[in-house]
Design a binder for this molecule. Structure first.
Ligand SMILES: [Zn+2]
Length: 155
């Protein structure tokens, strides 16, 4: 992947520090932790207050993904945490889910050590997944096709 180019739209408008996992998740984890602080499993002696960020998206793409994050946070995540009742949702949940999956997988593929351990066929499949999700996020495709999203309630 080329650095300094938006990994989603391909523009060279300058990259933002993008959260890989949405900020609202870390906010909730801090609010619900006993100490009010978070620690990362790989280095538990260091407090991690805001989640992992990296240069991934341009400002426009960051705003696009943030709009779905905000809707999920406001309409589903926080209401569900307090009520544990079924909630209705619309297309924004699928957009958010795909964008989150895309961000995590894109981030992992930036790591040359991870890429080196992948077989050529798996690398090709991952590139197909990322392209499909990107096209769905950018409204080029109407759905993520065979690369579905499933939401599990593990709480
Ligand atoms: Zn972009």
């Amino acid at each position: 992947m080329v650095r300094n180019v938006c990994k989603l739209c391909g523009s060279k408008k300058g990259l933002q520090q993008s959260h890989i996992i949405p900020k609202f998740v870390f906010k909730w984890l801090k609010e619900s932790s006993a100490t009010g602080y978070l620690r990362v499993g790989a280095n538990p002696n260091i407090r991690c207050q805001d989640g992992l960020k990296t240069e991934l998206l341009c400002w426009d793409c960051e705003q696009l993904l943030s709009s779905w994050e905000n809707e999920v946070s406001k309409s589903l995540f926080y209401p569900y945490q307090s009520t544990k009742q079924p909630l209705s949702y619309s297309e924004y949940l699928l957009k958010f889910s795909v964008s989150l999956s895309w961000r995590v997988l894109t981030y992992l593929m930036l790591d040359d050590n991870i890429k080196a351990d992948l077989s050529p066929s798996l690398t090709q499949k991952i590139e197909q997944v990322l392209a499909t999700w990107k096209n769905f996020i950018l409204d080029i495709k109407p759905n993520p096709g065979i690369f579905e999203q499933h939401l599990l309630d593990l709480l």
